[in-house]
Design a binder for this molecule. Structure first.
Ligand code: UDP
Ligand code: MG
Length: 242
């Protein structure tokens, strides 16, 4: 076992070949002050475009990259879960591999985590750089989630978030739950704050989600989370006499 680190970036990668070199470069630039104190946990989610080879090549120059490669595509939540399992940092920052999140926002997220003392900080995209069709889908999905789960999270579809590692240890993760991480953290008693972050258009590769898995799945998943919220175990131990 190697020593714990200050920070682990957990990044799901599914067919993002052309984005990866730029991403690693941008992270390096954004976190120069923290060099040696962070790792990049890149989880290749069964890419078929050579993303894994690109990651392996990048790792030669960047030993801070830790690669977890899935045998086949298992979905974004599975990729996050495997990344959380591998992470050695006290703090975990999640972000997408497609350059839509800007690594330059990471220091701000970390200082908000520090300042607020919260268990997690969720980014919300102020100026969303996606098609109006996709923005509409995402507005509906966020609305459904917040309504059904009595939540106030502005933009849980934004992957850029920071977590204290303890807050991630016991989360009930199932397919689709990556969009409910702030709610799941709150369900376990953790506090979550939000900060505005930048957003950029996708330059290379394409989105993995459409109407079906963005909007309809959001509804079904929000009902599942609602069930969990209702059935969450709540007890206080008065005494224990071992
Ligand atoms: N992703 C993944 N497995 C999947 C789908 C997506 O690891 O089955 C990754 C993808 O490579 C990207 C992130 O999750 O890094 C977000 O995906 P995408 O950009 O397609 O989502 P959008 O921005 O369109 O909501
Ligand atoms: Mg994207």
């Amino acid at each position: 076992m190697s020593a714990p680190l200050e920070l682990s970036l957990v990044i799901p990668v599914y067919n993002e070949r052309d984005n990866l070199p730029v991403l690693v470069e941008e992270i390096d630039r954004a976190l120069t002050a923290r060099r040696g104190c962070y790792e990049i946990v890149a989880v290749d989610d069964g890419s078929t475009d050579g993303s894994l080879d690109v990651l392996k090549a990048l790792k030669r120059e960047h030993p801070e990259i830790h690669i977890v490669a899935f045998a086949a595509n298992a979905g974004q939540t599975a990729a996050f879960a495997a990344g959380f399992g591998a992470a050695r940092g006290r703090v975990v920052v999640t972000l997408d591999a497609d350059l839509q999140n800007d690594p330059a926002d990471i220091p701000g997220l970390l200082s908000e985590l520090e300042r607020s003392g919260a268990a997690a900080v969720a980014g919300y995209r102020v100026e969303r750089r996606d098609s109006s069709w996709k923005r509409l889908q995402s507005r509906i999905a966020n609305g459904v989630r917040n309504r059904l789960n009595r939540e106030t999270i502005r933009d849980t579809g934004c992957s850029l978030k920071a977590f204290r590692v303890e807050a991630l240890r016991a989360l009930p993760l199932f397919n689709g739950m990556h969009r409910f991480l702030p709610t799941l953290v709150r369900m376990q008693g953790g506090r979550v704050t939000e900060v505005p972050v930048r957003h950029r258009p996708r330059r290379f590769g394409k989105t993995k989600y459409g109407m079906w898995n963005r909007v309809f799945r959001a509804l079904v998943d929000a009902l599942a989370v609602r069930w969990m919220q209702r059935r969450a175990l709540r007890y206080r131990v008065r005494e224990e006499l071992p």
